[in-house]
Design a protein around this ligand. Sequence first.
Ligand SMILES: O=C(CO)[C@H](O)[C@H](O)COP(=O)(O)O
Length: 222
Amino acid sequence: MNMKKLAAEAAVELVQDGMVVGLGTGSTAYWAIQKLGHRVKAGLRINAIATSSSSEELARQLEIPIVSFADIDHIDLTIDGADEADSKLTLVKGGGGALLREKIVAAASRIFYVVADESKLVSQLGAFPLPVEVIPFGADMTKRQIEKLGCGATIRMQAGKCYITDNGNYILDCEFGAIHDPERLHVQLNAIPGVVENGLFINMAHSVFVGYQDGSVRRMEL
Ligand SMILES: O=C(CO)[C@H](O)[C@H](O)COP(=O)(O)O
């Protein structure tokens, strides 16, 4: 059972003609973009804005019209994945390294739908290391400052080199353990010079569509 595909397709059913749609990043958002591609081929008229170069490339292959922020003043609906979601719909995101663009796009969206398989639902955030995007200059110092907040941080690597985001930055994966006060941590992290953004998405998601092993999809709302 492809739980990610089920959840993604349920959310894409709600996309309407004429919308500006935010395209997420990752293996669940992949299925949403595929489904949107099918719907566009069948006549759905939308414009889309992508949260990563990889999602933009996929959308272009599927002939989904792509716009930029210069062309629009808001996004109607964004569909994106998550690494963790709790019962308040607070999220940890950034496992795919796209958290900054994902947060910019989500913040510009009237509706933000999260799509996930059931493994992403948690009673307590923090088992997944929190991704934090940092400027390369002084990254080792920024890392030490972040660690003073009570975590071990690791610079994300890819093929033996520092992973570079679409924005030319590094990702620090920060192991805080249980995150009891996400609002406070969010403020503390973003106050550190060198931190661009962190992967906590608080009061942003309107619904989380969860795909289950038995083939059902449940929509979580507050
Ligand atoms: O935040 C993200 C990318 O930066 C993804 O949404 C998150 O990592 C979930 O990915 P997947 O759907 O592959 O499990």
